[in-house]
Design a protein around this ligand. Structure first.
Ligand SMILES: [Fe+2]
Length: 428
Protein backbone atom coordinates (compact mmCIF):
# COMPACT_ATOMS: atom_id res chain seq x y z
CA UNK A 1 0.00 0.00 0.00
CA UNK A 2 1.38 3.32 -0.94
CA UNK A 3 -0.11 6.74 -0.95
CA UNK A 4 1.58 9.45 -2.89
CA UNK A 5 0.74 12.67 -4.57
CA UNK A 6 1.74 14.54 -7.66
CA UNK A 7 0.51 17.73 -9.22
CA UNK A 8 -0.70 18.75 -12.64
CA UNK A 9 0.58 22.30 -12.71
CA UNK A 10 -0.81 25.07 -14.84
CA UNK A 11 0.91 25.71 -18.10
CA UNK A 12 0.20 29.39 -17.41
CA UNK A 13 1.68 29.61 -13.96
CA UNK A 14 4.44 27.13 -14.67
CA UNK A 15 4.46 26.19 -11.04
CA UNK A 16 2.67 23.79 -8.75
CA UNK A 17 2.55 26.52 -6.14
CA UNK A 18 -0.61 28.61 -6.29
CA UNK A 19 1.19 31.87 -5.88
CA UNK A 20 4.86 31.26 -5.32
CA UNK A 21 4.53 32.42 -1.71
CA UNK A 22 7.77 32.15 0.20
CA UNK A 23 7.79 30.43 3.54
CA UNK A 24 7.49 32.80 6.44
CA UNK A 25 10.30 33.17 8.92
CA UNK A 26 9.29 31.48 12.13
CA UNK A 27 10.80 32.20 15.49
CA UNK A 28 10.65 29.54 18.13
CA UNK A 29 10.04 30.80 21.62
CA UNK A 30 11.86 29.61 24.67
CA UNK A 31 8.73 28.35 26.37
CA UNK A 32 7.04 27.38 23.12
CA UNK A 33 3.97 29.32 24.12
CA UNK A 34 4.88 32.86 23.21
CA UNK A 35 2.12 35.24 22.39
CA UNK A 36 2.75 38.77 21.34
CA UNK A 37 1.60 40.64 18.29
CA UNK A 38 5.20 41.81 17.91
CA UNK A 39 6.31 38.29 17.10
CA UNK A 40 3.62 37.88 14.46
CA UNK A 41 4.97 40.99 12.82
CA UNK A 42 8.14 38.99 12.15
CA UNK A 43 6.24 37.44 9.20
CA UNK A 44 7.46 40.04 6.74
CA UNK A 45 8.07 38.04 3.57
CA UNK A 46 4.79 37.13 1.92
CA UNK A 47 2.46 37.59 -1.05
CA UNK A 48 -1.28 37.32 -1.41
CA UNK A 49 -3.21 36.80 -4.63
CA UNK A 50 -6.66 35.31 -5.11
CA UNK A 51 -8.56 36.25 -8.28
CA UNK A 52 -11.93 34.58 -7.52
CA UNK A 53 -15.02 36.76 -7.72
CA UNK A 54 -17.28 35.74 -4.83
CA UNK A 55 -21.04 36.31 -4.88
CA UNK A 56 -23.12 35.52 -1.81
CA UNK A 57 -26.86 35.60 -2.38
CA UNK A 58 -29.68 33.47 -0.96
CA UNK A 59 -31.62 32.05 -3.89
CA UNK A 60 -28.77 32.76 -6.34
CA UNK A 61 -29.46 29.58 -8.32
CA UNK A 62 -32.51 31.13 -9.96
CA UNK A 63 -30.40 34.03 -11.24
CA UNK A 64 -27.34 32.01 -12.14
CA UNK A 65 -27.32 33.10 -15.78
CA UNK A 66 -26.06 36.52 -14.67
CA UNK A 67 -22.90 34.91 -13.33
CA UNK A 68 -22.32 32.36 -16.10
CA UNK A 69 -21.66 34.40 -19.26
CA UNK A 70 -20.65 31.46 -21.45
CA UNK A 71 -22.14 30.01 -24.64
CA UNK A 72 -21.78 26.27 -24.00
CA UNK A 73 -21.87 25.30 -20.35
CA UNK A 74 -21.55 21.78 -18.92
CA UNK A 75 -22.99 21.22 -15.45
CA UNK A 76 -20.92 18.93 -13.20
CA UNK A 77 -22.83 17.62 -10.21
CA UNK A 78 -24.17 14.51 -8.48
CA UNK A 79 -27.46 12.70 -8.97
CA UNK A 80 -29.06 14.06 -5.81
CA UNK A 81 -29.27 17.55 -7.30
CA UNK A 82 -31.17 16.20 -10.29
CA UNK A 83 -33.58 14.35 -7.96
CA UNK A 84 -34.12 17.45 -5.82
CA UNK A 85 -34.93 19.65 -8.80
CA UNK A 86 -31.89 21.95 -8.53
CA UNK A 87 -30.62 20.85 -11.95
CA UNK A 88 -34.00 21.69 -13.48
CA UNK A 89 -33.77 25.21 -12.00
CA UNK A 90 -30.34 25.64 -13.56
CA UNK A 91 -31.61 24.34 -16.91
CA UNK A 92 -34.39 26.88 -16.77
CA UNK A 93 -31.99 29.70 -15.88
CA UNK A 94 -29.36 28.86 -18.55
CA UNK A 95 -31.66 27.65 -21.32
CA UNK A 96 -29.88 26.58 -24.51
CA UNK A 97 -26.50 27.63 -23.08
CA UNK A 98 -26.53 24.49 -20.92
CA UNK A 99 -25.25 21.85 -23.35
CA UNK A 100 -24.55 18.99 -20.94
CA UNK A 101 -25.53 17.71 -17.51
CA UNK A 102 -23.01 15.35 -15.98
CA UNK A 103 -24.62 14.21 -12.74
CA UNK A 104 -22.66 11.09 -11.85
CA UNK A 105 -19.92 12.61 -9.70
CA UNK A 106 -19.01 10.28 -6.83
CA UNK A 107 -17.34 11.04 -3.48
CA UNK A 108 -13.53 11.07 -3.68
CA UNK A 109 -13.48 11.12 -7.51
CA UNK A 110 -11.34 8.46 -9.16
CA UNK A 111 -9.27 9.56 -12.14
CA UNK A 112 -10.52 6.75 -14.40
CA UNK A 113 -14.10 7.91 -13.84
CA UNK A 114 -13.03 11.47 -14.68
CA UNK A 115 -11.37 10.27 -17.89
CA UNK A 116 -14.64 8.60 -18.91
CA UNK A 117 -16.58 11.77 -18.10
CA UNK A 118 -14.08 13.83 -20.06
CA UNK A 119 -14.54 11.63 -23.15
CA UNK A 120 -18.31 12.11 -22.95
CA UNK A 121 -18.05 15.89 -22.53
CA UNK A 122 -15.41 16.41 -25.21
CA UNK A 123 -17.88 15.71 -28.02
CA UNK A 124 -20.18 18.45 -26.71
CA UNK A 125 -17.40 21.09 -26.82
CA UNK A 126 -18.28 23.01 -23.65
CA UNK A 127 -16.55 26.38 -23.21
CA UNK A 128 -17.08 26.46 -19.43
CA UNK A 129 -17.97 24.15 -16.55
CA UNK A 130 -20.43 24.82 -13.76
CA UNK A 131 -19.68 22.81 -10.61
CA UNK A 132 -22.61 22.29 -8.27
CA UNK A 133 -22.00 20.27 -5.11
CA UNK A 134 -19.38 19.60 -2.48
CA UNK A 135 -15.66 19.16 -2.85
CA UNK A 136 -16.02 16.12 -5.11
CA UNK A 137 -18.03 18.04 -7.73
CA UNK A 138 -15.61 20.97 -7.65
CA UNK A 139 -12.56 18.69 -7.75
CA UNK A 140 -14.05 16.77 -10.67
CA UNK A 141 -14.86 19.99 -12.53
CA UNK A 142 -11.31 21.27 -12.07
CA UNK A 143 -9.84 17.99 -13.33
CA UNK A 144 -12.21 18.07 -16.32
CA UNK A 145 -11.36 21.72 -16.96
CA UNK A 146 -7.71 20.69 -17.18
CA UNK A 147 -8.36 17.59 -19.34
CA UNK A 148 -10.75 19.10 -21.84
CA UNK A 149 -8.26 21.59 -23.26
CA UNK A 150 -5.63 18.89 -23.73
CA UNK A 151 -5.26 16.86 -26.96
CA UNK A 152 -7.82 14.08 -27.42
CA UNK A 153 -5.20 11.45 -26.57
CA UNK A 154 -4.66 12.93 -23.11
CA UNK A 155 -5.95 11.07 -20.06
CA UNK A 156 -5.42 11.85 -16.42
CA UNK A 157 -4.69 8.17 -15.84
CA UNK A 158 -1.83 8.17 -18.35
CA UNK A 159 -0.63 11.52 -17.08
CA UNK A 160 -0.42 10.52 -13.45
CA UNK A 161 0.51 6.85 -13.81
CA UNK A 162 2.81 7.08 -16.83
CA UNK A 163 3.89 10.75 -16.84
CA UNK A 164 2.06 11.59 -20.09
CA UNK A 165 3.07 15.24 -20.61
CA UNK A 166 0.75 18.19 -20.40
CA UNK A 167 0.32 20.42 -23.46
CA UNK A 168 0.55 24.19 -22.84
CA UNK A 169 -3.13 25.07 -22.75
CA UNK A 170 -5.14 26.96 -20.15
CA UNK A 171 -7.98 25.08 -18.44
CA UNK A 172 -11.62 25.78 -19.22
CA UNK A 173 -13.20 28.39 -16.91
CA UNK A 174 -15.09 26.93 -13.96
CA UNK A 175 -17.96 28.50 -12.03
CA UNK A 176 -18.40 26.92 -8.59
CA UNK A 177 -21.54 26.65 -6.48
CA UNK A 178 -20.58 24.89 -3.23
CA UNK A 179 -23.41 23.05 -1.48
CA UNK A 180 -21.41 21.80 1.48
CA UNK A 181 -19.44 24.02 3.84
CA UNK A 182 -15.90 22.91 4.33
CA UNK A 183 -13.77 22.22 1.31
CA UNK A 184 -13.15 25.84 0.31
CA UNK A 185 -12.46 24.52 -3.21
CA UNK A 186 -14.51 27.39 -4.61
CA UNK A 187 -11.57 29.70 -3.92
CA UNK A 188 -8.54 27.40 -4.16
CA UNK A 189 -6.48 26.68 -7.29
CA UNK A 190 -6.27 22.95 -6.69
CA UNK A 191 -8.44 19.86 -6.83
CA UNK A 192 -7.94 16.37 -5.46
CA UNK A 193 -8.35 13.22 -7.50
CA UNK A 194 -7.75 9.65 -6.41
CA UNK A 195 -6.45 6.45 -7.94
CA UNK A 196 -7.99 3.84 -5.66
CA UNK A 197 -6.60 0.94 -7.68
CA UNK A 198 -3.06 2.18 -7.12
CA UNK A 199 -3.84 3.66 -3.68
CA UNK A 200 -2.63 7.10 -4.62
CA UNK A 201 -3.85 10.66 -4.32
CA UNK A 202 -3.08 13.41 -6.81
CA UNK A 203 -3.70 17.12 -7.21
CA UNK A 204 -4.58 19.12 -10.28
CA UNK A 205 -3.38 22.61 -9.63
CA UNK A 206 -2.53 25.93 -11.22
CA UNK A 207 -3.47 29.58 -11.39
CA UNK A 208 -5.94 28.79 -14.20
CA UNK A 209 -7.89 26.45 -11.91
CA UNK A 210 -9.15 29.25 -9.70
CA UNK A 211 -12.92 29.59 -10.20
CA UNK A 212 -14.03 32.40 -12.47
CA UNK A 213 -16.88 33.00 -10.01
CA UNK A 214 -17.87 31.32 -6.74
CA UNK A 215 -21.54 31.58 -5.88
CA UNK A 216 -22.59 31.07 -2.27
CA UNK A 217 -26.23 30.32 -1.59
CA UNK A 218 -26.73 29.23 2.05
CA UNK A 219 -30.17 27.81 1.21
CA UNK A 220 -28.42 25.03 -0.75
CA UNK A 221 -26.74 23.79 2.45
CA UNK A 222 -29.93 23.51 4.53
CA UNK A 223 -30.68 19.89 3.64
CA UNK A 224 -27.18 18.53 4.27
CA UNK A 225 -27.25 15.24 6.22
CA UNK A 226 -25.69 15.30 9.68
CA UNK A 227 -22.58 13.29 8.82
CA UNK A 228 -21.84 15.47 5.79
CA UNK A 229 -22.40 18.62 7.84
CA UNK A 230 -19.94 17.41 10.50
CA UNK A 231 -17.37 16.02 8.09
CA UNK A 232 -17.32 19.05 5.80
CA UNK A 233 -17.47 21.46 8.74
CA UNK A 234 -14.45 19.80 10.32
CA UNK A 235 -12.63 20.13 6.99
CA UNK A 236 -13.10 23.91 7.31
CA UNK A 237 -11.81 23.80 10.90
CA UNK A 238 -8.83 21.79 9.69
CA UNK A 239 -8.10 24.24 6.87
CA UNK A 240 -8.12 27.13 9.32
CA UNK A 241 -5.79 25.47 11.82
CA UNK A 242 -3.54 24.00 9.13
CA UNK A 243 -3.17 27.44 7.60
CA UNK A 244 -2.34 28.89 11.03
CA UNK A 245 0.43 26.42 11.90
CA UNK A 246 1.83 26.79 8.43
CA UNK A 247 5.23 28.05 7.33
CA UNK A 248 3.56 29.99 4.48
CA UNK A 249 1.25 31.99 6.76
CA UNK A 250 0.95 35.73 6.31
CA UNK A 251 -0.83 38.50 8.22
CA UNK A 252 -3.72 38.19 5.76
CA UNK A 253 -4.10 34.42 6.05
CA UNK A 254 -3.89 34.59 9.84
CA UNK A 255 -6.67 37.20 9.89
CA UNK A 256 -8.80 35.01 7.63
CA UNK A 257 -8.15 32.02 9.86
CA UNK A 258 -9.12 33.82 13.06
CA UNK A 259 -12.47 34.90 11.65
CA UNK A 260 -13.08 31.48 10.13
CA UNK A 261 -12.50 29.67 13.41
CA UNK A 262 -14.58 32.14 15.40
CA UNK A 263 -17.48 31.29 13.11
CA UNK A 264 -17.02 27.52 12.82
CA UNK A 265 -16.34 26.76 16.48
CA UNK A 266 -19.71 28.33 17.33
CA UNK A 267 -21.82 27.33 14.33
CA UNK A 268 -20.76 23.71 13.81
CA UNK A 269 -21.75 22.48 17.31
CA UNK A 270 -25.04 24.34 16.94
CA UNK A 271 -25.85 22.51 13.69
CA UNK A 272 -25.59 19.16 15.51
CA UNK A 273 -28.72 20.06 17.48
CA UNK A 274 -30.30 22.66 15.17
CA UNK A 275 -29.59 21.54 11.57
CA UNK A 276 -32.16 23.94 10.15
CA UNK A 277 -30.56 27.03 11.70
CA UNK A 278 -30.04 29.26 8.64
CA UNK A 279 -27.78 31.65 10.54
CA UNK A 280 -25.47 28.80 11.54
CA UNK A 281 -25.55 27.38 7.99
CA UNK A 282 -24.57 30.76 6.62
CA UNK A 283 -21.82 31.11 9.23
CA UNK A 284 -20.36 27.74 8.22
CA UNK A 285 -20.45 28.74 4.56
CA UNK A 286 -18.47 31.87 5.43
CA UNK A 287 -16.09 29.93 7.67
CA UNK A 288 -15.39 27.53 4.80
CA UNK A 289 -14.83 30.37 2.36
CA UNK A 290 -12.43 32.23 4.68
CA UNK A 291 -10.43 29.09 5.46
CA UNK A 292 -10.37 28.29 1.74
CA UNK A 293 -8.96 31.73 0.98
CA UNK A 294 -6.28 31.10 3.62
CA UNK A 295 -5.20 27.69 2.27
CA UNK A 296 -5.30 29.02 -1.29
CA UNK A 297 -2.12 30.82 -0.21
CA UNK A 298 -0.55 28.55 2.41
CA UNK A 299 -1.83 25.12 1.37
CA UNK A 300 -2.45 22.62 4.13
CA UNK A 301 0.01 20.89 6.45
CA UNK A 302 0.52 17.79 8.59
CA UNK A 303 -3.11 16.96 9.43
CA UNK A 304 -3.90 16.69 5.72
CA UNK A 305 -0.69 14.81 5.03
CA UNK A 306 -1.67 12.25 7.67
CA UNK A 307 -5.19 11.98 6.26
CA UNK A 308 -4.52 10.78 2.72
CA UNK A 309 -3.56 7.13 3.34
CA UNK A 310 -6.54 6.81 5.69
CA UNK A 311 -8.86 7.85 2.89
CA UNK A 312 -7.28 5.53 0.33
CA UNK A 313 -7.16 2.59 2.77
CA UNK A 314 -10.52 2.97 4.52
CA UNK A 315 -12.42 5.52 2.37
CA UNK A 316 -12.64 7.61 5.54
CA UNK A 317 -14.44 10.89 4.64
CA UNK A 318 -11.88 13.59 4.04
CA UNK A 319 -13.20 15.95 6.71
CA UNK A 320 -12.88 13.30 9.42
CA UNK A 321 -9.51 12.07 8.17
CA UNK A 322 -7.98 15.56 8.16
CA UNK A 323 -9.42 16.64 11.51
CA UNK A 324 -9.12 13.75 13.94
CA UNK A 325 -5.53 14.75 14.74
CA UNK A 326 -6.22 18.50 15.21
CA UNK A 327 -6.27 18.77 19.03
CA UNK A 328 -3.07 16.73 19.32
CA UNK A 329 -1.43 18.67 16.49
CA UNK A 330 -2.35 21.97 18.12
CA UNK A 331 -0.52 20.84 21.23
CA UNK A 332 2.42 19.64 19.10
CA UNK A 333 2.69 22.91 17.16
CA UNK A 334 2.41 24.98 20.32
CA UNK A 335 5.98 23.88 20.88
CA UNK A 336 7.07 26.06 17.94
CA UNK A 337 4.58 28.89 18.34
CA UNK A 338 5.84 32.36 17.49
CA UNK A 339 2.76 33.96 19.05
CA UNK A 340 0.29 33.31 16.26
CA UNK A 341 -1.35 30.30 17.92
CA UNK A 342 -1.62 32.12 21.23
CA UNK A 343 -3.25 35.04 19.42
CA UNK A 344 -5.58 32.64 17.61
CA UNK A 345 -6.62 31.02 20.89
CA UNK A 346 -7.44 34.45 22.31
CA UNK A 347 -9.38 35.41 19.16
CA UNK A 348 -11.48 32.30 19.72
CA UNK A 349 -12.21 33.27 23.33
CA UNK A 350 -9.64 31.10 25.10
CA UNK A 351 -6.96 32.36 27.46
CA UNK A 352 -4.37 29.91 26.19
CA UNK A 353 -3.56 27.42 23.45
CA UNK A 354 -4.36 24.67 25.96
CA UNK A 355 -7.83 26.21 26.31
CA UNK A 356 -8.38 26.08 22.56
CA UNK A 357 -7.15 22.46 22.53
CA UNK A 358 -9.69 21.60 25.23
CA UNK A 359 -12.39 23.44 23.28
CA UNK A 360 -11.64 21.34 20.21
CA UNK A 361 -11.81 18.12 22.24
CA UNK A 362 -15.15 19.13 23.72
CA UNK A 363 -16.49 19.89 20.24
CA UNK A 364 -15.35 16.41 19.10
CA UNK A 365 -17.28 14.89 22.03
CA UNK A 366 -20.39 16.91 21.19
CA UNK A 367 -20.22 15.96 17.52
CA UNK A 368 -19.34 12.32 18.38
CA UNK A 369 -16.61 12.41 15.76
CA UNK A 370 -15.24 9.12 17.03
CA UNK A 371 -18.48 7.32 16.18
CA UNK A 372 -18.10 8.34 12.52
CA UNK A 373 -14.39 7.49 12.56
CA UNK A 374 -15.06 4.00 13.92
CA UNK A 375 -17.54 3.18 11.14
CA UNK A 376 -14.74 3.38 8.57
CA UNK A 377 -11.39 2.72 10.19
CA UNK A 378 -9.93 -0.65 11.18
CA UNK A 379 -7.81 -1.62 14.14
CA UNK A 380 -5.19 0.72 15.57
CA UNK A 381 -2.39 -1.43 14.21
CA UNK A 382 -3.76 -1.03 10.66
CA UNK A 383 -3.73 2.75 11.06
CA UNK A 384 -0.29 2.85 12.63
CA UNK A 385 1.05 0.61 9.86
CA UNK A 386 0.39 3.52 7.48
CA UNK A 387 2.61 5.96 9.38
CA UNK A 388 5.34 5.79 6.75
CA UNK A 389 2.83 6.92 4.09
CA UNK A 390 1.71 9.96 6.07
CA UNK A 391 4.43 12.34 4.83
CA UNK A 392 3.00 13.94 1.69
CA UNK A 393 5.55 16.31 0.13
CA UNK A 394 4.14 19.83 -0.15
CA UNK A 395 1.93 19.26 2.89
CA UNK A 396 3.85 17.75 5.80
CA UNK A 397 6.77 20.10 5.22
CA UNK A 398 4.50 23.15 5.54
CA UNK A 399 3.99 22.34 9.19
CA UNK A 400 5.24 24.98 11.62
CA UNK A 401 7.01 22.37 13.75
CA UNK A 402 8.93 19.70 11.87
CA UNK A 403 7.75 16.18 12.66
CA UNK A 404 9.70 12.93 12.62
CA UNK A 405 8.18 9.55 11.89
CA UNK A 406 8.14 8.91 15.63
CA UNK A 407 6.34 12.22 16.19
CA UNK A 408 3.67 11.29 13.64
CA UNK A 409 3.21 7.84 15.18
CA UNK A 410 2.73 9.48 18.59
CA UNK A 411 0.31 12.07 17.17
CA UNK A 412 -1.77 9.36 15.48
CA UNK A 413 -1.73 7.12 18.55
CA UNK A 414 -2.93 9.94 20.82
CA UNK A 415 -5.57 10.91 18.25
CA UNK A 416 -6.87 7.33 18.10
CA UNK A 417 -7.37 7.53 21.87
CA UNK A 418 -9.27 10.78 21.37
CA UNK A 419 -11.50 9.09 18.79
CA UNK A 420 -12.43 6.43 21.33
CA UNK A 421 -13.25 9.10 23.89
CA UNK A 422 -15.39 11.00 21.39
CA UNK A 423 -17.72 8.17 20.59
CA UNK A 424 -15.86 5.33 18.93
CA UNK A 425 -16.39 1.68 19.64
CA UNK A 426 -14.42 -0.18 22.25
CA UNK A 427 -10.70 -0.55 21.71
CA UNK A 428 -9.96 -3.12 19.05
FE1 LIG B 1 -9.25 19.49 3.40
Amino acid sequence: MKTAEASVASSKSGSGSPDGTKGAEVESTADGRGGTADRNMSIANWQYHNPVKVVSAPGAIGEIGVHVPYERVALVTSAGFTRRGIVARIQEALGSHLVAVLDDVKPNPDLRDIDAQSARLRELRPDALLALGGGSSMDTAKALARSLTQPESFTLTAHFRDAQPLAPAAALPVVTVPTTSGTGAEVTPFGTVWDFEKKRKYSVTGEDLYSAVAILDPELTLGLPEETTISSGLDAVSHALESAWNRNASPITLALVAKSLQLSLTALPRLKTQPGDVTARSAMQQASLLAGLAISQTRTALAHSISYPLTTAFELPHGIACSFTLPVLLNFNAGADDGRLQDLARACGHASIAGLEQGLKEMFMHLRVGAIFARYVGADREVLALTGEMFTPGRADNNLRAASREDVAGIVQASLELMRESGAAEKK
